[in-house]
Design a binder for this molecule. Structure first.
Ligand code: FMN
Length: 332
């Protein structure tokens, strides 16, 4: 079940979703190795890419380099001005992006109020201009991620998908909720079938895929070619490889041992420390630690100790014990 996005062929139909503040470079590196055929950067505003270009070449290079370390990577851009999006896409391509993804799905007020993200689903003309301008600006494939529509009674994802196809877009991902649903209720995978019927483009189904069983159902109900998984991979990136094996008819990899889970959590924590520096990393890491605990039998008992620990070295020293591997390290 290979998916071809222009010249980029995915080795499995499993893609890691962009989650701002979560699927950063350290997480994406692990997710890629652990089974995601493609990872997508957190959303970057087109004007932010360009301001950085003008202001600080070095900073811009670092920002984009962070996003392309785990090839193949799609850099996701958000914006409402076709020419700025085109220019930002060129910069992203120049920095090594294998694909450019356009965000038409973000429901956050600060994005929607700037008339970007899912707001563009309410304006098909501008959405079309953005897609056409971006496709024309780069030689790498351009993809689009959207919701089912702006409102429950305005599910225009099929119309946008048709415009996408006419504009030269190479793949569409649909999160099975409308903008006004936020993250409430559950994803309507069957609703995505309307997009399947509207376009022959490769299609990914997204939303609430947390098990092999739900992935199979999402694919069957939507008719999509592959799945995009976000929250379902948090605290257990190895789920991506299990999913990839199941969906491609391969035997499931053995469940990761406690040693392996601990090694991945440790690598993740160390990656965050390196990427963000101690102060920011230890705050950002808490939600990841909480997810690792959530997927660990008996993990709850460690919540207070681990999540309240302020000293990163103590956190790292505690992890083997948390995963049931080691005696407590000597007191700091
Ligand atoms: C905290 C958070 C941040 C997100 N950031 C982005 C983003 O930067 N770009 C984007 O297209 N979608 C973003 N999303 C939406 C996800 O990519 C995805 O569509 C949604 O979470 C449903 O998939 P899931 O149930 O597999 O997580 C975000 C979602 C969450 C919960």
């Amino acid at each position: 079940m290979g998916i071809s996005i222009g010249p980029v062929t995915l080795e499995s139909p499993v893609v890691l979703a962009p989650l701002s503040g979560i699927t950063d470079a350290p997480f994406r590196r692990i997710a890629r190795r652990e089974g995601a055929a493609l990872v997508v950067s957190e959303m970057i505003a087109s004007h932010a890419v360009l301001q950085a270009t003008r202001r600080q070449l070095k900073e811009r290079r670092k920002m984009l380099a962070d996003h392309v370390a785990e090839a193949p990577v799609a850099i996701q851009l958000a914006g409402c001005d076709p020419s700025l999006m085109a220019e930002a896409a060129r910069v992203a391509e120049g920095a090594g992006a294998r694909l450019i993804d356009i965000n038409f799905g973000c429901p956050a007020k600060k994005v929607v109020n700037q008339y970007a993200g899912s707001a563009l689903m309410a304006d098909e003309v501008t959405a079309g201009r953005i897609m056409a301008a971006t496709v024309a600006a780069v030689s790498v494939p351009v993809t689009v991620k959207m919701r089912l529509g702006w409102r429950r009674d305005q599910r225009n994802a099929p119309a946008i998908a048709r415009i996408a196809e006419e504009s030269g877009i190479a793949m569409v991902t649909v999160h099975g909720r409308t903008r006004d649903q936020g993250y409430g209720g559950s994803a309507d995978w069957a609703g995505i079938r309307t997009v399947r019927e509207a376009t022959g483009l490769p299609l990914l189904v997204n939303g609430d895929i947390t098990s092999i069983e739900s992935a199979r159902r999402a694919l069957a109900e939507s008719g999509a070619d592959g799945v995009m998984v976000g929250r379902g991979a948090c605290g257990r990136p190895w789920f991506l490889a299990e999913l990839a094996a199941a969906l491609t008819g391969h035997p499931l990899p053995p469940a990761p041992s406690a040693e392996r889970r601990c090694a991945i959590a440790t690598e993740h924590y160390e990656g965050l420390l390196l990427h963000y520096g101690r102060d920011l990393a230890k705050t950002l890491a808490r939600k990841h630690l909480a997810w690792y605990l959530q997927h660990l039998q008996g993990g709850d008992a460690w919540r207070q100790t681990l999540l309240r620990e302020e000293n990163p070295e103590r956190v790292l020293a505690l992890l083997p014990r948390v995963f049931g591997l080691d005696a407590l390290p000597e007191a700091a």
